[in-house]
Design a protein around this ligand. Structure first.
Ligand code: TIU
Length: 220
């Protein structure tokens, strides 16, 4: 049994071998200028501080031989999996599917959808393309986790209050015990990140736990 004694709001326990890492959407479209994040009017440099901790977390899971899932938010080139309501959201200069400096925004196969070099997936790691904010919606994620007999998840990535929080809540409703990696997640709105950390652990850990990457690495 793994035990993160210092997790918030109280110790997090996971059977050894039943825990996986889900690294959410660490793709160029959110972390680099010229992608979807920037098109929405955000300062993408605000996400940079989570890259190094995310790399350490990935390295820890690799060393321990534990399962790793990377996700990418993207859509089919014909946009058949992008609800018009999602495409129509926002008033920025570029919308999903429009050509930008890193190819068509949030379209599978385009350079913007690639996971950044520092966190590039390795052979044996699963990469799931997801059309929603949550990683369970319209994907094979749950099937994959069942195949691994995984019941516990460490969740990291960007952005904290959008795809990370949605995925954590989807996982919680499906019965997974989730711990959010505090320094391996980031938001374009630091106050929103802090609010998510606070709301996850409030009410006795109503939707999960949080812990720092160092605390996680100690037990992997
Ligand atoms: N806009 C924003 O903060 N996030 C997203 O649109 N997607 C993810 O969080 N991946």
């Amino acid at each position: 049994m793994l035990e993160i004694a210092a997790a918030r709001p109280y110790p997090y326990l996971a059977p050894a071998g039943a825990i996986a890492l889900v690294m959410i959407d660490m793709q160029r479209d959110f972390l680099e200028p010229g992608g979807f994040g920037a098109a929405l009017g955000n300062d993408v440099t605000l996400l940079a501080p989570c890259i190094e901790p995310a790399a350490r977390l990935l390295a820890g899971f690799r060393r321990a031989g534990l399962p790793i899932v990377h996700t990418r938010e993207c859509h089919r080139p014909d946009l058949s999996d992008c609800p018009p309501a999602k495409r129509g959201r926002g008033r920025g200069p570029l919308r999903i599917g429009d050509p930008g400096p890193m190819g068509r925004i949030l379209i599978a196969g385009e350079p913007g959808v690639e996971i950044i070099d520092d966190l590039a997936p390795r052979p044996g790691e699963i990469v799931i393309d997801k059309p929603g904010k949550g990683a369970f919606h319209a994907t094979s994620l749950q099937q994959q986790l069942r195949a691994w007999s995984v019941s516990h998840l460490v969740i990291a990535g960007v952005t904290t209050e959008v795809c990370v929080q949605t995925t954590l809540r989807e996982a919680n409703d499906r019965g997974y015990d989730c711990v959010l990696a505090e320094d391996a997640t980031a938001s374009y709105f630091p106050a929103f990140k802090q609010a998510v950390l606070d709301m996850v652990v409030a009410q006795g850990g109503i939707v999960g736990w949080t812990a720092s990457v160092s605390q996680l690495l100690e037990v992997l």
